[in-house]
Design a protein around this ligand. Structure first.
Ligand code: ATP
Length: 990
């Protein structure tokens, strides 16, 4: 990037920049738009916190995460990848944003099972303590960024933190100018001196604001200073190692800061040695050098920084420091919080200024190790080249005679400022206030501007905000509630059907039944809840279970009777919109003609949407049925009758409409009522109405059918089919859930028994509460059957394999006998039971797909419970087969079939892979992105050195200590001259 390409830069102050912008009539429309958008964003008071990923898809345009269309990779840091995305909240004017996506756990977390030391007093300490070290850091970064609102600091706009997702997404304002390029490939300065000055002004203002907020950035360097798109302003980015100091915050005006997020105040993860080696202040590196026992600077790093005041003469020959291997064990110095002051940001700013002016680092040691760099930082003096900036302004040497007042050269002023910035004694180092008044910074400012500039930024910038009380509970509270919420959802998913006619009919008839509750209960009450009530007393549990057993036993008997009288006749409705699997792929445009329609319409839904445990039954199918208003009367429920062709009309056009994933904000007026995107509440209400009015073809003598929502009955059947027989629902054919890939008859039956056919046998191994229970360790998270669903690890065996293992291990003899009973019964009952047409039988492509594991004799199936889709002889299907189809289990159920508008998502979206597969794809995709699209744009950083004392598990440290006493550790890394940028990476060590 050549400096001459830049438009003239505004003077660094925000105010000045604005003035200049106003005067710049030639500003492009896009710039105007983007600054208007930026202004609008600035007005946004609070950082949005989104706990659910409702929409995730991959289209030709890019990847979608909720409202964000992710376009290209902007950068790659040690903490995550940053992408350019467009916020389509306003589809007319998508706004560019930067989305940083970070994994909650890195490999080290996964294998080391790191635990944070306890948080300070907080009611939520226990849970917060369970997050991984990486997630803890991410949350800290978020907590810090949530406090920030300043024109010279990158703003956080939204945090998407879905506990079911392995990643956390930080949506930030987009800075289109990218990182400051401070040197050319020839190691020459890339910027003019006046440009450097303007950058400095911006950084000073940003830093000043941060310090007043009690935030020490700790990683100031050119790479963390980003240009706005028009390159008129620079903002400070990357708070990955930043530290919030309560004392610093309160010291500025003597007031007690408002209640802060407990994470902010928690210093348990504070590492003294964090930042980028080349930019580390002497007071930070001193302990590191001292701890090597090299005898140069003291042994323990605990000496006062004032003892470093002696400035050794500049020299090119460095004393060779003994490597840790020569000096014995490396004893990490205890963290000295007192060293972590705002002075370290001032030092790093000095190093940055030096780099911008001269195109090199002040303490660069050609070919030296990091230890030698630290030694240079602490002990050696710096020198200056003859010229500075790309405009090659003469400097005049390091030691200059003081000119008369008013006759100072630019070179003299620069050196004077650098002297004060690169002062090794932190106590003597210039402060930000001093820097603001320095003549070089004030140079070329009018007196009025200078006065304005010096009078400084207020502590609370316009638009700056104090976190609300809610926010103060912030990240930690979020963790808890999201755990609880997800837990509740799982509970609902696993709750068994309650065959209590009076209660159910009461529920159905109650006008006060809340919509949301209706929506959530639909189709989810078929799994056992045994073992889920962990916190109940055992007596209570036993009593409850006994009652439940009795109830269920009665229900079983009635169900069996019920099945025998239940024969839904096929109904041809001509142009129904029921969709088979074959229509799935082309569903965007298709309206299936003349297909058969069954009294169990969802059976014909055939994979047109995700058929997964706990999901709402087909919206499309329900939509397609326009039940006459007469049938909407509740009284029909009391005496349900089979559907007749006349009672149904096809409404396929509306149901097959696939909305744009971004269209949920479209106003109702703009689209016909049937086609307009619907809210979730609306769709739930509709689904509820449809299901409530669909006559159920059951005998009047069955008291239980009345008590069930139709969707309950059907999705229960579907689910049982899917779960018991290791495959998709009847219509779906293949919609695998993670827990549904049993491979042999007995295993299948075991799973069936555990899924509620014999509900007294719970599925302890697949009990989802184990995922979320507090006492679960990382091992369980990773290898537990359910844990796979939320902690996908590529190296683990397939979920099917895990499920089988866990099932067979954890179910005892009683469960096995129950399974055998089930098998026996399914064999016995299979022939007598009513049949529903298999969509596969109507669709050759499905037959072809299923042909590998399904005998033609099974082309017609009955209630999935009564007649297994796959007989014992079929012995399920292999994991390989299951891999051929996407798993749809772990998508959020709100987002699985309905988008924000409540409409069905495009079918490709609905039939999307599991989260882990998505991750894999995303990984592949990100590498693709970086390789194909932006080979030159991606900045790859080397991973940091992490020697955090706080985050290292003690036993491991002891082992490494003992190892290091026995065998010499590897020599320290060499700092090569060619790869000097290595020193720019961020390190986190204590
Ligand atoms: N808001 C943004 N707008 C544009 N680009 C950005 C933005 N934030 C980050 N980037 C780009 O992404 C890169 C990495 O981002 P960031 O520094 O936040 O990640 P990191 O993991 O903390 O990296 P590191 O700690 O190694 O510096 C940046 O250097 C920058 O190029």
């Amino acid at each position: 990037m050549s400096a001459s390409n830049h438009p003239p830069l505004a003077v660094g102050s925000h105010r000045h920049s604005q003035i200049q912008r106003q005067g710049d009539a030639s500003a492009s429309t896009s710039n105007t738009l983007s600054s208007a958008a930026a202004a609008a964003r600035r007005e946004r008071e609070h950082v949005l916190e989104t706990s659910t990923i409702k929409h995730r898809s991959k289209t030709d345009e890019g990847r979608w995460i909720n409202t964000y269309l992710i376009k290209k990779q902007l950068g790659k840091g040690q903490h995550g990848d940053v992408y350019l995305a467009y916020d389509h909240r306003d589809p007319e004017h998508p706004q560019p944003v930067a989305v940083k996506q970070m994994r909650r756990k890195n490999k080290q977390d996964k294998y080391n099972n790191l635990r944070r030391s306890p948080l300070p007093s907080s009611p939520h300490t226990g849970l917060a303590d369970h997050v991984s070290a990486t997630e803890y850091k991410i949350r800290k970064e978020i907590a810090i960024m949530k406090k920030i609102n300043h024109p010279h600091v990158v703003r956080l706009l939204e945090v998407i933190d879905d506990r079911m997702d392995e990643r956390i997404y930080m949506v930030m304002e987009y800075l289109g100018g990218g990182e400051i390029k401070w040197r050319t490939t020839d190691n020459e300065p890339a910027l003019r001196v006046d440009q450097v000055r303007r950058i400095c002004r911006d950084v000073i203002l940003g830093l000043e604001y941060l310090h007043k907020q009690g935030i020490i950035h700790r990683d100031i360097k050119p790479a963390n200073l980003l240009w706005t798109e028009d390159r008129r302003m620079v903002k400070i980015a990357d708070f990955g190692v930043s530290h919030y100091s309560y004392a610093l915050h309160s010291s500025h005006d003597g007031t007690i800061p408002p209640e802060e997020d407990p994470l902010l105040k928690d210093d348990s993860g504070l590492t003294r040695f964090a930042g980028t080696p080349m930019f580390l202040a002497p007071e930070i590196v001193e302990g590191n050098i001292g701890s090597t026992g090299d005898g140069v600077n003291g042994a323990d790093g605990a000496e006062s920084s004032s003892t470093l005041n002696q400035q050794p003469p500049a020299t090119t020959s460095l004393p060779q420091l003994p490597s840790p291997s020569e000096s014995g064990t490396v004893t990490p110095a205890p963290p000295r919080k007192s060293n972590i002051t705002k002075a370290i940001d001032v030092w790093a700013f000095g190093v940055t200024l030096y780099g911008l002016l001269f195109g090199k680092m002040p303490f660069m040691v050609e070919g030296g190790t990091e230890f030698q760099i630290y030694h240079a930082i602490r002990n050696l003096d710096w020198n200056v080249p003859e010229t500075m900036g790309s405009d090659r302004i003469p400097v005049g040497g390091r030691r200059q005679r003081k000119p008369r007042k008013g006759e100072e050269t630019e070179g003299y002023l620069v050196v004077d400022l650098l002297e004060k910035l690169l002062e090794k004694d932190a106590n003597k180092r210039i402060t930000l206030e001093g820097i603001k008044k320095h003549p070089w910074i004030l140079r070329d400012m009018s007196e009025a501007d200078a006065q304005n500039w010096v009078s400084g930024t207020r502590k609370e910038e316009p638009g700056a905000r104090t976190p609300t009380e809610d926010e103060t509970r912030g990240a930690v509270t979020k963790i808890i509630f999201s755990y609880i919420e997800k837990g509740k959802r799982i509970f609902r998913l696993l709750r068994p059907p309650r065959p209590n006619p009076s209660a159910a009919s009461r529920r159905m008839n109650s006008p006060r039944r809340s919509r949301s509750r209706k929506g959530k209960e639909v189709g989810v009450q078929s799994a056992p809840s045994m073992g889920l009530h962990r916190h109940r007393s055992s007596a209570e549990v036993i009593a409850r279970e006994r009652q439940k057993k009795d109830r269920l036993l009665r229900a079983q008997v009635s169900k069996a009777q019920l099945r025998k009288v239940q024969t839904p006749p096929p109904i041809d409705i001509g142009t129904s919109s029921s969709r088979s699997i074959a229509t799935t792929k082309s569903a965007k445009s298709s309206t299936t003609q003349g297909s058969q329609f069954e009294a169990f319409p969802m059976w014909n839904d055939g994979g047109s949407r995700k058929n997964r445990r706990g999901s709402v039954t087909s919206r499309g199918t329900l939509d397609s049925l326009q039940v006459p208003s007469s049938s909407l009367s509740r009284s029909r429920l009391a005496s349900p009758q089979p559907l007749t062709p006349n009672s149904l009309t096809a409404g396929s056009a509306s149901s097959s409409q696939v909305p744009s994933p971004i269209s949920y904000d479209v106003s109702p007026q703009s689209t016909p009522i049937e086609e307009r995107p619907r809210s979730r509440a609306e769709s739930e209400a509709e689904a509820e109405a449809s299901s409530a009015t669909l006559p159920v073809p059951v005998s009047n003598s069955s008291p239980f059918r009345h008590s069930h929502d139709v969707r309950h009955s059907i999705s229960l059947s579907q689910r049982r089919s899917a779960d018991v027989f290791g495959g998709g629902g009847v219509g779906n054919g293949r919609a695998y859930s993670r827990q549904s890939s049993g491979s042999d008859g007995l295993a299948l039956a075991v799973r069936a028994s555990s899924w509620g056919e014999f509900e007294e046998y719970a599925r302890p191994s697949e009990d989802h509460t184990s995922l979320y229970s507090e006492g679960v360790d990382n091992e369980t998270y990773l290898v537990g059957a359910g844990g796979v669903a939320r902690s996908p690890v590529s190296s683990l065996p397939t979920s099917g394999a895990l499920s089988r293992v866990s099932s067979s291990i954890s179910l005892g003899p009683s469960a096995l006998s129950a399974a055998q009973m089930l098998l026996h019964r399914s064999d016995r009952e299979g022939g007598d039971l009513p049949s529903a047409p298999d969509p596969a039988s109507q669709d050759p492509s499905i037959l072809q797909r299923q042909g590998q594991y399904r005998s033609p004799g099974h082309s017609s199936v009955t209630s999935p419970l009564s007649r297994p889709l796959y007989s014992r002889g079929d012995s399920g299907y292999s994991d390989q087969q299951s891999l051929a189809y996407p798993s749809v289990f772990d998508e959020d159920d709100e987002g699985s079939s309905l988008n924000h508008s409540g409409q069905e998502t495009p079918l490709e979206t609905a039939f999307q892979p599991s989260t882990s597969q998505l991750y894999q794809e995303e990984d592949e995709e990100s590498s693709d992105d970086s390789e194909e699209n932006f080979p030159l744009e991606v900045k790859t950083r080397r991973p940091s050195v992490t020697m955090s004392e706080a985050s290292s598990p003690p036993p491991r440290r002891r082992r490494s200590e003992s190892r290091s006493t026995m065998a010499p550790p590897a020599p320290p890394p060499r700092m090569s001259s060619e790869r000097s940028e290595r020193s720019e990476r961020t390190v986190v060590c204590s």
